[in-house]
Design a binder for this molecule. Structure first.
Ligand code: T4K
Length: 370
């Protein structure tokens, strides 16, 4: 087949350019480009309202959010986490000299399996870092019970979960802190960016100080800090993106439904279990290629790619396959068979708000033909 413009796993949603100009004129006039400027403040306020959370601290990217969150809670020793995620999750631990302790995932949600947490707790365990993979909520209630029982902190990597509402409303209210990513490839993007969601104003101030070099006043530095601030340009983008987010998520739902219908009854192709949430964000569309399918996962992946359809194998390889984690895992002797199985079979198909039906049909045809 002739190669056309490649279709990527995602395509960033962008607000109309003409709407950006007046905001930029305002930034030019203010001459405040960073360090908690007026648009930064406004975006924090608007996001608190939209996400229905008490406090938010914007950061320069999701990884910085994870690193800063670990610092803010003074997490040390060992943290229980999942191998089935983007490498940023565990890199944030390693960057803070914290040992990741990997446990297997739940076969349905593909999130960290709470039933496996207790066996992994040691005297050095200080926290749990689960990930709401593909925006599908973790078993937040079970995790909360265990965390309370063992006095552990919970930091949710919610990079995929912008706007997702679980059984009790906002998913981001769970745990001590939740971290969002606003990267270009995410449902809500500020080019690069992210946020830490927290429950009280004291913690918000603490995070605000850590992301600003640990500075507490013009002449005092009280914490070991970093430069993790979001700039005014990204904040402006965020404000504009918020105007379109509902509509973009609606369009993603249509694509997702179309895929689900089209992939029904293809022997050996499984869709991810539909999220039982009040409000999904349709951030990814993973499929799993079983042995009954005509091709292997990698053959299908290559076939799509040769036709210009660039799916991604999120998350293959597993984090524990990377050299710096392999050694840690050797000593842990843990069964990660469910994560390995998912990683071996997954392909995330392209999904983005501007995706047209013709492209969806093209993807479906290629998969149907095998
Ligand atoms: N935790 C989790 C669970 C995460 O998934 C992530 C990030 C993080 C933490 C860390 O958050 P950040 O620090 O990134 O805010 C991409 C993203 O770079 C990464 O943010 C994301 N997860 C991950 C799942 O996906 P890659 O290595 O796949 O990126 P890349 O450059 O190959 O992009 C994927 C496709 O998107 C490309 O084929 C083309 C398209 N694309 C990409 C960019 C950057 C565009 O169309 N436009 C663009 O501007 O990691």
């Amino acid at each position: 087949m002739m190669k056309k413009n490649p279709i990527f796993v995602t395509q960033p949603s962008l607000p109309p350019l003409e709407e950006l100009i007046p905001y930029l004129e305002q930034v030019w006039e203010n001459k405040i480009l960073s360090n908690g400027g007026p648009f930064h403040k406004k975006l924090e306020d608007e996001l608190c309202k939209y996400l229905n959370v008490p406090y938010i601290s914007l950061v320069s990217n999701g990884t910085m959010g994870l690193i800063t969150a670990l610092q803010a809670l003074n997490i040390k020793g060992e943290v229980i986490t999942t191998p089935y995620s983007y490498v940023a999750t565990s890199q944030s631990l390693m960057w803070n000299k914290i040992k990741p302790v990997f446990i297997d995932i739940d076969p349905v949600t593909l999130n960290l399996d709470p039933k496996k947490i207790e066996a992994a707790i040691t005297p050095d365990t200080s926290a749990i870092m689960p990930v709401h993979v593909y925006g599908q909520p973790c078993d937040v209630d079970a995790i909360e019970i265990l965390a309370k029982k063992h006095k552990l902190k919970v930091i949710y990597d919610a990079a995929h979960a912008f706007g997702v509402k679980c059984h009790c409303g906002g998913l981001l209210k769970h745990g001590d802190l939740s971290i969002l990513s606003f990267h270009a490839t995410k449902v809500f993007n500020t080019f690069e960016g992210g946020a830490i969601v927290c429950k009280d104003i004291k913690m918000k101030h603490h995070i605000d100080q850590i992301k600003n070099f640990g500075i507490t006043s013009e002449t005092t530095v009280e914490h070991i800090g970093i430069n993790g601030k979001m700039n005014e340009f990204s904040s402006v983008l965020g404000l504009l993106q918020l105007k379109y987010i509902e509509n973009n998520i609606k369009k993603r739902k249509v694509i997702s439904d179309h895929y689900r219908t089209g992939l029904k009854n293809i022997n050996g192709i499984r869709c991810h279990t539909e999220s039982k949430v009040e409000y999904d964000n349709y951030s990814y569309f993973p499929i799993f290629v079983d042995d009954e399918y005509l091709l292997t996962r990698d053959q299908l992946y290559s076939k799509l790619k040769d036709s210009g359809i660039n799916g991604r194998r999120y998350f293959y390889p597993l984090i524990t396959e990377f050299p710096m984690y392999k050694n840690i895992l050797k000593k842990q002797e843990v069964d990660l068979s469910i994560a390995k199985e998912a990683s071996k079979r997954v392909i995330c198909l392209p999904i983005y708000s501007e995706m047209d039906f013709k492209t969806v049909e093209q993807v479906l045809d290629l998969i149907k033909k095998g």
